[in-house]
Design a binder for this molecule. Sequence first.
Ligand SMILES: Nc1ncnc2c1ncn2[C@@H]1O[C@H](COP(=O)(O)OP(=O)(O)OP(=O)(O)O)[C@@H](O)[C@H]1O
Ligand SMILES: [Mg+2]
Length: 251
Amino acid sequence: MDITIDIRDKSFKKERGVVHVLDHVYFHIDDGEFITVIGPSGCGKSTLLKIVAGLDTDYDGSVYIGRQKVQKPSVEQGFVFQEHRLFPWLTVEENIAADLSLNNAEIRKKVDELIDIVRLGGFEKAYPKELSGGMSQRVAIARALLRKPSVLLLDEPFGALDAFTRSHLQEVLLQVWAETKTTMILVTHDLDESVYLGNRVAVMDTHPGRIRHLIPIDLPFPRRKTHPSFQKLRQKVLREFETISEPPTTL
Ligand SMILES: Nc1ncnc2c1ncn2[C@@H]1O[C@H](COP(=O)(O)OP(=O)(O)OP(=O)(O)O)[C@@H](O)[C@H]1O
Ligand SMILES: [Mg+2]
């Protein structure tokens, strides 16, 4: 589904006044696009994602998913948080199903398929405390995908993971995207990740947060991070940061 974001103003009222966080954030995302968002800490990336998810409706403007105005969270918007937020008392398969019943044959089949896609076979009955960070994050992704969301919103989903696991999950996500053509918005601190995954990279500025640049990444998949054309686009995104006071943490 396509997304039309038109946030004129998002402010937080604090004791010592108003903090103006997002200012004129306008852009249109086509159905099936993969947008990566990169920007300095505190520029409003999570705030933007929460607004698209319907988790925050206290702002001036509007967000549409298809023709539907976003007014509350729904199954249309899958959300993967930075920390996986699994239920510790439920197994992997129960966490993926969550409020849906595994006794339903159709749900059971989909959960099994997703366990395959995120490569968690053999861990169906494991509890979160028995999983690594990367495995937990894969459960969270499978849980979001089970609901067949029209858009999948990911807020630094691989931020806390080591480079090897991160790289594996990037491949998992690209595979899911190729298979489902779900519209994706992924927030990251990692410049390489933004160029590796995105159709377009949205570079955000801070105080107040706005989209400084939308950079098309017209490289075919599979991409190679060492390829000269990849490096060229990476440089282009990096140049955008040279004019922002606080660069991203991972350059
Ligand atoms: N619930 C809230 N109440 C008050 N201020 C908030 C709230 N949530 C966010 N802010 C403020 O809004 C600004 C943007 O926060 P946000 O979490 O969107 O940034 P971010 O770009 O996601 O940062 P990071 O990269 O560190 O995750 C910050 O100045 C933050 O202090
Ligand atoms: Mg954030």
